[in-house]
Design a protein around this ligand. Structure first.
Ligand code: AR6
Length: 181
């Protein structure tokens, strides 16, 4: 079932984010922005060297991207026009600010996208792979942050998609979206 917040469709799909035809896909990167494993590795492999070249220029300017912040590059060879790179928190048990940092990662990605007047954006489940954030808690923060953003900020989004890699993750997001949106 698809849900709306105002005029924005909240969609959730099981799949590979590198195939998504949207204005921007979001990358769950690390502070060095030099690529890595998981979804970060998949995006750089599919998108080609242009994305890494742009990331290197950004890092040359800012040093490192703090967790919870976001930057934007072109989409290289991807179907998406842009990639928004954000850094989620590493899970240390939940009492080191992880929920707020995760919330910021979604919120700041959306804010940057709206600055570029994007109409569609796709998110992976940030921090729930290598960074170890429990999916059952992370999906609540993710969906809550998107919903708060749409209700409080000026934006152009017609669709926000969550792309879940596994069926288990998909079912968690489905449960939360149906419950709180
Ligand atoms: N499409 C959609 N989701 C994916 C894909 C894909 N192609 N591949 C993996 N996922 P992770 P993190 C899911 O580990 O936890 C990297 O090395 C995956 O199943 O990619 O934020 C970075 O450089 C999981 O549900 O990101 C950082 O060092 C979700 O994406 C670190 O990992 C996030 O898993 C970031 O860790």
């Amino acid at each position: 079932m698809l849900k709306m917040v105002g005029n924005t469709l909240i969609n959730y799909i099981q799949g590979d984010i590198t195939s998504e035809k949207v204005d921007a896909i979001v990358n769950a990167a690390n502070s060095g922005l030099m690529g890595g494993g998981g979804v970060d590795g998949a995006i750089h492999r599919a998108g080609g060297h242009q994305i890494l070249d742009e990331c290197k220029k950004i890092i040359a300017n800012i040093g490192r991207l703090p967790a919870g912040e976001a930057v934007i590059t072109g989409g290289g060879n991807l179907p998406a026009k842009f990639v928004i790179h954000t850094v989620g928190p590493v899970w240390h048990g939940g009492d080191r600010g992880e929920p707020q940092i995760l919330k910021n990662a979604y919120f700041n990605s959306l804010k940057l996208g709206s600055k570029h007047e994007l109409e569609s954006i796709a998110f992976p489940s940030i921090s729930t792979g290598i960074y170890g954030y429990p999916i059952e808690n992370a999906c609540l923060v993710a969906v809550g942050s998107v919903s708060d953003f749409l209700k409080s900020e000026k934006h152009y989004y017609k669709e926000i998609r969550f792309i879940l890699f596994s069926e288990k993750d998909y079912l968690y997001y489905k449960g939360i979206i149906e419950k709180i949106i």
